[in-house]
Design a protein around this ligand. Sequence first.
Ligand code: IMP
Ligand code: MG
Length: 183
Amino acid sequence: MNIVSKEQTERQPFELLRDQEQIAEKITMLGEEITRDYKDRKPLLIGILKGCVVFLSDLIREINLPLEIDFVSAASYRKGIEQDKNIFLNSSLSISVKGKDLIIVEGIVDSGRTISSIQEELKKLEPASIEVVTLIDKPASHRWKLDIKYQGFSIGNEFVIGYGLDNAQQYRNLPFIGKMIED
Ligand code: IMP
Ligand code: MG
């Protein structure tokens, strides 16, 4: 008997962009780079919730150094009918940042607004240094001047999900990176 699963009959609204093997390979490389660059230091990795969670948990296991982790979240709101959104840093940092070597960990950088606001806020706390690592970057979408030291995958102007990234809070648990497709 030929049993057709639900997955085979229902078309998914996304298609595969990067598989688990490609992601693991990329994260190993990023971890090696960070391990080399931060030799004899103890970086504090600050994850931006929620998109960072899967990436951060894999990345820290590829960094062969003593390190610390903490998290912040960024909320945006629209001022009236204005297009521009401001980013608020919801800081619940439990570790002192002053004098530390910070590495901001983001799942995806799009316009760059989130990363640049968070960098500004964290600079006020007088760390020794700040760098950024993102699993995915959309360089063509940047509207803020950015300095991203560690980039995993560079993609075009497409909306991606999985591996921590969501579309309306769904799909964060997909173990691969998918691209949303329109019907
Ligand atoms: P930015 O501030 O424009 O750089 O946007 C970054 C934030 O927007 C990320 O932290 C994500 O929450 C969200 N975002 C941007 N592009 C995507 C995408 O393709 N998939 C899922 N979330 C995205
Ligand atoms: Mg989101």
